[in-house]
Design a protein around this ligand. Structure first.
Ligand code: ZN
Ligand code: FE
Length: 239
């Protein structure tokens, strides 16, 4: 199993999870169809599934065209079935979805939107976190409450520390500037900032991160209570 990171729109990440034996794939959050089409046609991959973390346009933008072209099945959260375009398979909190070699557990993590989910491919130990957990940040609270976002973030603490995090946007550098302003002496953070700058200089994405790195460096995950989390979230909105 292999992951291909596909840059979309301004700063979105879509991901292809490829079963190399069958040359078939899932796409996670196709922001737009074209970059996905380019890649899968180049390698003659069968796009079987489209997985969405939430309904925002920059995560579902490619659903319709990809489904039409490849007859892929669209997967999303049950309670969001009316706003995930072309949805075929609906999943609930803590449900395991399995098809061939693809096997993921779904978690409902409201806050950014009321129907946001993440996909944990536990056999490979990779987690697609959409716009809830970013590297060194978290999503804006659009539909949920501070309490909901805070408790959604607590869930990530229960995953193994070596879990790889694939998030929805390349916001890491900007997020790091906020983290360091509020956590100046964090040596793990200082080290991480160096490594993300190196990657960006080479034109490489800063994903994947890991749960361990986020626990050490991400100021939102490190918040002790919902009050301090809420303060930081407000400050970040105007940062
Ligand atoms: Zn979003
Ligand atoms: Fe987004």
């Amino acid at each position: 199993m292999r992951i291909e990171i596909i840059k979309c729109l301004e700063d979105n990440f879509s991901y292809l999870l490829i079963d190399e034996e069958k040359n078939s794939a899932c796409v996670i959050d196709p922001s737009e169809a074209a970059p996905i089409v380019n890649y899968i046609e180049k390698f003659n991959i069968n796009l079987e599934f489209i997985l969405n973390t939430h309904h925002h346009f920059d995560h579902i933008g490619g659903n319709k065209e990809l489904k039409k072209k490849y007859n892929s099945k669209v997967i999303g959260f049950k309670k969001d079935e009316n706003r995930i375009p072309e949805i075929d398979i609906t999943l609930d909190d803590k449900e395991i979805w399995k098809k061939n070699k693809f096997e993921a557990k779904i978690y409902h993590i409201p806050g950014h939107t009321s129907g946001h989910i993440c996909y944990h491919f536990f056999n490979q130990n990779i987690l697609f976190t959409g716009d809830t957990l970013f590297s060194l940040g978290c999503g804006r609270i659009f539909e949920g409450t501070y309490d909901q976002m805070f408790s959604s973030l607590q869930l990530f603490k229960s995953f193994p520390e070596n879990t790889k995090i694939y998030c929805g946007h390349e916001y890491t550098l900007k997020n790091s500037e906020f983290c360091i302003e509020h956590d100046k002496n964090n040596s793990a953070l200082i080290k991480k900032i160096k490594s993300i700058k190196k990657k960006l200089e080479k034109g490489l994405p800063t994903v994947p991160s890991t749960i361990k790195e986020e626990l050490d460096c991400n100021i939102f995950l490190r918040s002790k209570d919902v009050e301090s989390f809420s303060k930081l979230r407000d400050l970040k909105d105007n940062f």
